[in-house]
Design a protein around this ligand. Structure first.
Ligand SMILES: [Zn+2]
Length: 161
């Protein structure tokens, strides 16, 4: 049986895998560097991309063109942090975007009828949100955040309407 050993082929495949591993690590390193650069591009100018007005007291918000929820759903996480996928808007214009309008249609108490505040965006969804998602016939993903739940509710409502 000893002579039937597949050691040569095993060694060959292991060597190939090591090479691919190294290549993968290099790509990963390159991506991480690009990611760091991408983050530096998130600099606000204080004026709105749509109306051109300065935000009140220079206050503006980032608006995702392809929504964060959609990015998560379609496994396009890199588009959440891509500077090319956000525009800077004043609050009045941001409130006029489709996602904001859907959010403001939510029943009282689901997310307080307004956008989830930034501090709470990554925390656990509230019980009310979870109940509402179930009521709308949605499934609850494992790593759902409060922001994600809010966006999911938007989508479920869209499907329902
Ligand atoms: Zn504006």
């Amino acid at each position: 049986m000893r002579e039937q050993s597949n050691i040569k082929e095993i060694t060959k495949i292991r060597n190939e895998m090591t090479k691919l591993d190294e290549k993968y690590s290099k790509f990963e390193e390159k991506l991480n560097k690009l990611q760091v650069v991408e983050e530096t591009l998130w600099v606000k100018s204080g004026s709105c991309t749509i109306c051109g007005q300065e935000g009140e007291d220079g206050y503006t918000e980032w608006h995702h063109i392809i929504s964060q929820h959609k990015c998560k759903k379609e496994n396009l996480l890199h588009l959440i942090s891509a500077r090319s996928n956000v525009v800077e808007l004043c609050k009045p214009c941001h409130d006029l975007t489709t996602s904001s309008m859907l959010r403001s249609n939510l029943p009282e108490g689901v997310v307080g009828g307004s956008r989830v505040s930034d501090e709470n965006a990554e925390s656990e969804p509230t019980d009310k949100q979870l109940k509402y998602i179930k009521k709308l016939g949605g499934e609850i993903p494992d790593d759902l955040t409060r922001q994600g739940a809010s966006l999911l509710i938007d989508d479920l409502k869209k499907v329902k309407n």
